[in-house]
Every structure is written in structure tokens, then in C-alpha cells.
Design a binder for this molecule. Structure first.
Ligand code: PEP
Ligand code: MG
Length: 939
């Protein structure tokens, strides 16, 4: 089929193959591949993308010779199908489809049923043994051609169609009988004549020429151009045009149409799955005119067809080495495969299919590992909405609002607007969803009792998000369209109001919120044998270790069960969230400033005394006695030590449990990093409470107590608490707190060692920006550790290290590595401080828009920003390891559970990533895919 333009512009299907999508488009290459391997596809040919480009070069005219080649190809098609284009008796009816090298679903145009006209429709009716479907195909053709080729709005025809049904009191299109259809076809043509000046052409060759030109032109329609712009697809590729014979499944009882999956897309079971409708066209299936029958039932009803289908399914699956979703039509006993593609499937079935294909020898283990999207694994493990229940809820208009899916899993429960109500409802044995504008540590007892959390504010690293991810509970945050009215005890979105006590459902994966209950489904981990097999293979491959973030012994056990090889972050401040502990940390922090001022005075005076000349001794000794007396009588100091003692007991108990749960494995315990606003009562609330007490004439003590707290909190208020008095800054100004924590860690570890358990604690200092902070703390804390160890008289070692979460720390990594034995990237803060985006505000205020408008490719709190934050990390790794080749380096920000970020961490040569417990399996797979180069790095 040479053309005068030199290049071959038209290919018969058998001449192409799967690798030719640049020239034949994705669709053209796909059907060509099937034709090439002997799968029965409807006969056809492909006009190349090059022809399309030449068409444009020539000012939207066919290049020389193209039309002649198309005509020849059509004659070939007639011969192959035994049908005649425009013929009376056995007419050839075709489709003319667009198909670009890169899939652009629905963006370009396609004309179906081409070749129908007043004459051929009669032949079709005879073949079908029924006028209705033939006339209906003709009606659809006119509508499609008029719209796509002549640019006449669809609405013009839709309203005529509606009128035709109304006139006859009919509900569905398929109820229109031949007379009505004939009338409609006449009316359609009148509209076309009126608008275009001529009707849809009767001559099928005219129809064909016009349709091909329309397909070429659709490459540059506004939809397609915008789509390409959005996805960064080149405008220079052009579209191919696939011309294929239409096959009809409605020619009698030995015809039909259907869709089949080579394996069950919901469960992964190896059995054909799908629907078949005898004597019907594809659109009848969509219209739901008749009930379809399952493919499996064909085994009995039509064993011959079933055998053919099974054979085609196996050969397509074998050829593509992947589960297929296949569309087929049977025309007068002859089977045609219309399309095959990789089947979309649930996460659970993706895992089973990958493992089965490996076991069947179809793919290698490495390929099997690459076949599952790591993020989907979380879905396999967590409760989720029942698919049908969710579809029904959507159909019934029950979707209340859309927020950010911050912690996956699905839950249904009674809405509670404060944590105490949540606890009371839970104690009645009911399920609860805690609904708040945002959460703080004051809410944690409610979060613990709730099935899920919904907040109108906050982003992916907000308090609610981080806490629920740790707990493995569903959470939707930043649901801005939801107005939570704590006075009225209601939440309103999109005109619907729910009251406290009403049932709602949340999907923490998608961020959707529903009114009422949506049934959920919980997988049983014991039955996840395929997942465990796949993860076992992943473990053999990966070089990056996977640790977990866990704050309690329960979370540590859960993490270990999911395969964690260590704890990379134990946030000790989270250990104070429990209802009985929170008041103690709050009191410690509120008296801490005053107490540490007095303690530091005494320390400084003692140091001065040691070096003072004899003449000064008397005066300084007197001053010291006075200071010590002040210390002894200070309520603040007394309270400070009381709370330290209480908290030490809590902590020692927790550390004991966590270290025991992780026996034999490393446990990184981070010393307190409590941004004050997350721990103290809110100033505005205290002002209100004082005003209420005053107005109700409350008596002295209560009022005075409240006022005192209000005044202290007022003093402690920070303009920007995330950059305020937190992390090691509290450790430096109130070292007693860190000393207490180190005592608790070492005593728990020593006790366990005494009991014969091997434990490996690692003490981590947060929010370090200068090596001197580390020097200061290292000296003091190592003394405490050593004296505690000596007390227990055991042989015990620990590591001392730091988080890298401030850019300055990354940039001075060599200095820092001279003190620290390990680095752990706190990528949440490192992102916050590199971008200067407040993690509390950015996601809700502007980040979403940034991503939507393409200003940022992704939310940097979810996927590491490789160019900026990643560059700092690279500097820290290189300089840190040069200064200290033994340096252990990990990451414990939320990015530690994000596959693309994991791929980057692998490329940096980190030792481990640390993720929330339920994301440990995700990280195991992502780490293996990183080793195998299957995972694209974050950009
Ligand atoms: C971090 O900053 O990445 C981190 C893990 O610490 P946190 O989220 O507790 O600030
Ligand atoms: Mg941090």
C-alpha cells in the first residue's frame, strides 16, 4: 500500500504490532497486535499519525494518494468480511475511531455505524430479523455524524428524542418502535439540513471521507488541546484513525455481546468473570434492557462458546502476561474480540494475581513484586466501605462533604462534637466518629475511643492526621466545606446539617464523608497468605530496612506483626496524651519556666562560686543560701519535681513495654518535642472560662486557679509555636525534663537486660539546629545514662543521635555527625522549614490550590520535594557519612511511608525508612521495588 508521499500511511491490522503505537496510536497498535497473534478481531486498517500530521501540513487536506489507498483498503475489507460497503443485501458497516499514541480518554472523536443510509438500513434490518435495532443504529449514526463531523450540538437531537418518547409516554430509548424511529430519523435529517444546509450524506464514501477528516481534526479540538497541555503531552504527535468493520451481536440467537475478565477482578480467583447478553449490542447491556447472564453460566448453556472464550482469554493473558479485560461480540456464531486491556482490579486481587502468575511461571518474582502498587496494600489491610454499599450511598445523594483523606480505612459511627461525649457514647457500646474543627492533645482520649475522626481544618501532618495514622484509625481532615458549630452541636455542608448523635461515615483514603451508615468490610490478616508471600519475596530483595513509628507497646507489637525491623520514632510527648497523664505534662510545662529560672540561677551561682576569688566567697555564699531557700520554698519548683517524678514512672513503664515488644531490634526514642500550643489549654478558651466564672459569681479558689492558668498560658503564648520553644530548645532550657526521660529509658532498658532480654535503645534529640545544642545535651544526658546504668549494674549500651529537621542542621551535618551516632530525617519539619510553609496552615490555606493549579506537582508534605528538601538530605547524608562512616541514617517523617519518597531514600543510601505501623507493608514493597528500579523517584 505504498503512497505517493513515500511513507506508508495506511496499515492493515495484520501488518502492525504492539510496539507501533507512535505510528498507529495505542488503539491501532493494540488491535494490530491481536490480529498478528491470530486473535479474531473485526477486519480493519489504520491510517497513521503521520497521515494526520501531513493532513495538517496541507492545510487540512488529505496528502496525495491517501484517499486512493483508503479506498483500496476498504475494498480489501469488503473482501475479508464478505460484505459490501453501501450494499443492499449484506452491507458493510464500519466504525471510524481516533487513537493517539498516548491514551487521551474521551478527548477525541469517533463515528460509529458509518455506512448506514436509507438503503443499507433495510439490509441490516433483514439480517437482524428486526427493523428496530437497524433503525436505531441509523438514528445513532445520524446523531453522531451530525455532531462530530458537522459540529451540530447534541442537545438538538436529545430534545427531539425526548419529545418522541414523551409523545408516546415512553421512558426508555429502546422502547421506540420502528415507526417512531423512522419519524425521528426524518426529524434529525431536517435539523441537519436546516443547520448545515444539507442532510447527513447518503453516499457511504462521502460519509467515510468526512469522518476521517473529523477524526484528524479532533486532535486539535479545545478539549484535546487542554488535556495535552495539562498532562504535558506533545502537540506534535497527531492521532491515528482506526477503520474497522462493525460487528453486530443482535443478528439472532447465535449472536451476542459481552465483557470478560481473565480472572476475577475483585478476588483474583483464576476463573473467567463477566457478563454476556445473547442477541444484543453493547449499548443494550449499558441500557440494562435485559438481564445479562454470567460468563460462567455459558459453561452449561453454550459450552462451545465458553470453550472459545476460555481459549481466547488464556491466549491473551499468556501473550500479555497480565490479567485482561476483554470486550467481545459474537456475530452469527463467529466470535470477535473487540478490545483487550490490562484489567483494573481491587488491591486484594492485584496481590493474588501477581502471586499466582509467579507460581504459574508466567512472570518472574521480580515482575510479581512490580505488579502491585505499594499504596494499595494499605487498602488490603484496613477496613473499607463495601463497594455496593458505597455505590448506593452515592446514588442516594448521601455524600455530605469532601476533605483530605489523612489516614485510610473506613468507619461509620455516631457524630460526637467533643472528646468527652465521644467517650460517653463509646462507653454505651456505640461506635463514634469524633467531629471537630481541629484536634489537640485535649481530644486524644476521644480519638482513642472513636472509630474515626473528621476535622474541618488541618492538613496531612496536622495533629489529627498524625495521631490517627499512628493509631491506624480513619481520618478526614481539612474538610473546609464542613462548618462545625460547637455551640449548636452541628456540622453543616452543602446545605445538609447533621446533629450530634446522627450517624455518619468517613473514608480516610478518599476523604469522603457520608450521611448515615455505609457498611464496611474488614479483611482478616490471617487470610492474607498471598500478601504475606509477596512481602516475603520483597524482603528478600530489598536493601532498605523498614522500621515503624510507634508510641505505645500496642503499636510496637502491631508494627512488628506487620514486619517492622525496628522503631524509628517513638514520640514521647504522645505518651502524655492519655487522660490521666495530660494534666501532668500541662502542669510541668506551665510551672517549668519559673522553676527552671530558679534552678538555673542556683546552678550559675554554684559555678561562679567554684571559680570565685576568696574576697567574694562570703557574699556569694550568702547569695547562694538565699537562692537555695527560694528554691526550697518555691511552689513552682516543688510542682516541677512532683510532675517529673510522676511522668518518669509513666515513661519507664511505656519504655519497658516498647523495648520488650521490640526485643532484639533497635528502638529510637525521641526526647520530648512538644510544640506548646499542642499541649496547653487554648488561651481564648481560658479567657472565656474565667469570664463565665466571674459572671456566675464563682468563688475564690476556682476562679483564682483558672486566672492563674490563664496568666501563665498568656505568658507562654507563641506567635509561631512550630518555630518556638520546642524540641531540644526545651531540653536546653529545662534539662531536667530530658534527664528524667533518659533516666526512664535507661532504667527500663537496664531492668529488661537484667531480666535477660536483649534491648537496643537509641536516644534521639529533636529540632536541633546547632551542634552546640547537641554538645550541651550530650554531656548532661550521658552522665545521667551512665549513673542510671551503674545503679542497675548491667552491661548496656545505647546510641545517641539526632533528628535532622532544620535546614541548618542538614547544612552542618559534618559537625553534627561528630557528636551524633545516628541521623533521622524529620522530613515533616524539614519540609516545613525548607519551604517556610507552616504545616498547620499551608495545606488548608493554599497548598491544595497550589497542587490543583499545577504550581506544585504534589503536596510536599506527602511526597518528598527532591529538588529542595531532598538536596538538603543529600548534603546531610554525604557530609554526615564522611565525618562518621558508621553513621546510621533513617527517615521518620510521614514520607517514610510514601512509595516515591522511599525510592528517593533508597537512592540516597539511607539505612531505613520508618513509617506508621499499617504502612510498614507498603514500605516493604516500595523498598523492594526501589531496589529493582521499578519505582519512579519523587520529582
Ligand atoms: C518530623 O518533623 O518529620 C517528625 C517526624 O517529627 P514531628 O512530626 O513529630 O514534628
Ligand atoms: Mg519534627
Amino acid at each position: 500500500m505504498a503512497t505517493t508521499t513515500g511513507g506508508k500511511l495506511v496499515y492493515r491490522l495484520e501488518e502492525g504490532n504492539a510496539s507501533m503505537s507512535q505510528l498507529l496510536g495505542g488503539k491501532g497498535a493494540g488491535v494490530s497486535e491481536m490480529a498478528r497473534i491470530g486473535i479474531p478481531v473485526p477486519p480493519g486498517f489504520v491510517i497513521t499519525t503521520e497521515a494526520c500530521l501531513k493532513y495538517y501540513e496541507r492545510g487540512r487536506k488529505f496528502p496525495a494518494g491517501l484517499w486512493d489507498t483508503i479506498v483500496q483498503s476498504m475494498h480489501h475489507l469488503e473482501a475479508e468480511s464478505g460484505k459490501e460497503f453501501g450494499g443492499k443485501g449484506n452491507p458493510l458497516i464500519i466504525s471510524v475511531r481516533s487513537g493517539a499514541p498516548i491514551s487521551m480518554p474521551g478527548m477525541m472523536d469517533t463515528v460509529l455505524n458509518l455506512g448506514t443510509n436509507d438503503v443499507t438500513v433495510l439490509g441490516m434490518a433483514k439480517l437482524m430479523g428486526n427493523e428496530r435495532p437497524a433503525l436505531d443504529a441509523y438514528r445513532r449514526f445520524i446523531q453522531g455524524f451530525a455532531n462530530i463531523v458537522l459540529g451540530i450540538e447534541k442537545d438538538k437531537f436529545e430534545s427531539l428524542l425526548d419529545q418522541a418518547k414523551e409523545k408516546r409516554s415512553l421512558k426508555f430509548d429502546y422502547e421506540l418502535q420502528p415507526d417512531a424511529l423512522r419519524e425521528l430519523i426524518g426529524n434529525f435529517q431536517d435539523v441537519v439540513k436546516e443547520i448545515a444546509g444539507h442532510p447527513v450524506p447518503q453516499d457511504p464514501w462521502d460519509q467515510l471521507r468526512d469522518a476521517i477528516q473529523a477524526v484528524f481534526s479532533s486532535w486539535n479540538n479545545p478539549r484535546a488541546t487542554t488535556y495535552r497541555q495539562h498532562y504535558g503531552i506533545s502537540h506534535d504527535m497527531g492521532t491515528a484513525c482506526v477503520v474497522m468493520g462493525m460487528v453486530f451481536g443482535n443478528l439472532g440467537p447465535d449472536s451476542g455481546t459481552g465483557v470478560m475478565f481473565t480472572r476475577n477482578p475483585a478476588t483474583g480467583e483464576k476463573a473467567l468473570y463477566g457478563d454476556f447478553l445473547v442477541n444484543a449490542q453493547g449499548e443494550d447491556v449499558v441500557a440494562g434492557i435485559r438481564n445479562t447472564q454470567s460468563i460462567l453460566s455459558l459453561q452449561q448453556d453454550s459450552p462451545d462458546l465458553y470453550r472459545q472464550l476460555e481459549e481466547k482469554a488464556r491466549s491473551l493473558e499468556g501473550h500479555y502476561r497480565e490479567v485482561q479485560d476483554i470486550e467481545f461480540t459474537m456475530e452469527s456464531g463467529k466470535l470477535f474480540i473487540l478490545q483487550t486491556r490490562t484489567a483494573k482490579r481491587t488491591a486484594a486481587s492485584a496481590v493474588k494475581i501477581a502471586v499466582d502468575l509467579v507460581r504459574e511461571g508466567v512472570i518472574t518474582r521480580e515482575e510479581g513484586i512490580g505488579r502491585v502498587v505499594p499504596d494499595e496494600i494499605a487498602q488490603v489491610l484496613l477496613p473499607r466501605f463495601d463497594v455496593e454499599a458505597k455505590a448506593k450511598a452515592l446514588k442516594d445523594g448521601k455524600r455530605l462533604a469532601q476533605g483530605l483523606g489523612a489516614s485510610p480505612g473506613a468507619a461509620t459511627g455516631v457524630a460526637a462534637m467533643d472528646p468527652n461525649t465521644a467517650v460517653s457514647i463509646a462507653e454505651l457500646g456505640k461506635k463514634v466518629i469524633l467531629v471537630r474543627p481541629e484536634t489537640s492533645p485535649d481530644d486524644v482520649h476521644g480519638i482513642i475511643k472513636a472509630q474515626g475522626v473528621l476535622t474541618s481544618r488541618g492538613g496531612m501532618t496536622s495533629h489529627a492526621a498524625v495521631v490517627t495514622r499512628g493509631l491506624g484509625k480513619p481520618c478526614v481532615v481539612g474538610c473546609e466545606e464542613l462548618h462545625v458549630d460547637l455551640e449548636a452541636r452541628t456540622a453543616t455542608a452543602n446545605g445538609t446539617t447533621i446533629k450530634e448523635g446522627d450517624v455518619i461515615s468517613v473514608d480516610g483514603a478518599t476523604g469522603e464523608v457520608f450521611v448515615g451508615s455505609v457498611a464496611t468490610f474488614s479483611p482478616n490478616p490471617a487470610e492474607l497468605t498471598e500478601l504475606n508471600t509477596l512481602l516475603g519475596w520483597a524482603d528478600e530483595v530489598r536493601t532498605l530496612k523498614v522500621w515503624a513509628n510507634a508510641d505505645t507497646p500496642e503499636q510496637a507489637k502491631e508494627a512488628r506483626a506487620y514486619g517492622a525491623e525496628g522503631i524509628g520514632l517513638c514520640r514521647t510527648e504522645h505518651m502524655f496524651f492519655a487522660e490521666e497523664r495530660l494534666p501532668h505534662i500541662q502542669r510541668l510545662l506551665t510551672v517549668g519556666t519559673e522553676a527552671s529560672r530558679l534552678l538555673r540561677n542556683a546552678e550559675q551561682l554554684t559555678a561562679t562560686l567554684e571559680k570565685a576569688p576568696a574576697t567574694e566567697l562570703e557574699r556569694l555564699n550568702a547569695l547562694l543560701s538565699e537562692t537555695n531557700a527560694n528554691l526550697a520554698s518555691s511552689e513552682a519548683v516543688k510542682a516541677f519535681y512532683e510532675e517529673l517524678t510522676k511522668l518518669e514512672a509513666f515513661q519507664a513503664e511505656d519504655f519497658y513495654g516498647i523495648l520488650l515488644a521490640m526485643e532484639g531490634l533497635p528502638v529510637v526514642i525521641r526526647l520530648l518535642d512538644a510544640p506548646l500550643h499542642e499541649f496547653l489549654p487554648r488561651y481564648v478558651d481560658l479567657v472565656k472560662e474565667v469570664a463565665v466564672l466571674e459572671a456566675t459569681g464563682a468563688s475564690g479558689d476556682e476562679l483564682e486557679g483558672k486566672k492563674r492558668i490563664r496568666d501563665v498560658v498568656e505568658e507562654l503564648i507563641e506567635i509561631n509555636p512550630m518555630m518556638g520553644h520546642r524540641g531540644c530548645r526545651v531540653g536546653v532550657t529545662m534539662p531536667e525534663i530530658y534527664e528524667m526521660q533518659v533516666r526512664a529509658i535507661v532504667s527500663a532498658a537496664a531492668q529488661l537486660t537484667k531480666e535477660g532480654h536483649a534491648v537496643h535503645p537509641e536516644i534521639m534529640i529533636p529540632v536541633v539546629s546547632h551542634v552546640n545544642e547537641l554538645h550541651f545535651l550530650h554531656d548532661r544526658l550521658e552522665k545521667v545514662a551512665e549513673s542510671t546504668r551503674v545503679l542497675f549494674n548491667v552491661d548496656l549500651s545505647h546510641k545517641f543521635g539526632t533528628m535532622i529537621e532544620v535546614p541548618r542542621a542538614a547544612l552542618t551535618a559534618s559537625e553534627i555527625a561528630s557528636v551524633a551516632q545516628f541521623f533521622s530525617f524529620g522530613s515533616n519539619d524539614l519540609t516545613q522549614m525548607t519551604f517556610a510553609y507552616s504545616r498547620d496552615d499551608a495545606e488548608v490555606k493554599f497548598l491544595r490550590e497550589y497542587v490543583e493549579r499545577g504550581v506544585l506537582p504534589v503536596d510536599p508534605f506527602t511526597t518528598l520535594d527532591v529538588k529542595g528538601v531532598g538536596r538538603l538530605m543529600r548534603i546531610a547524608v554525604e557530609e554526615g557519612r564522611t565525618a562518621n562512616p558508621e553513621l546510621e541514617i533513617g527517615i521518620c517523617g510521614e514520607h517514610g511511608g510514601d512509595p516515591k519518597s522511599i525510592a528517593f531514600c533508597h537512592s540516597l543510601g539511607l539505612n531505613y525508612v520508618s513509617a506508621s505501623p499499617f504502612r510498614v507493608p507498603v514500605a516493604r514493597l516500595a523498598a523492594a521495588q526501589s531496589t529493582l528500579g521499578q519505582l519512579k523517584l519523587a520529582e
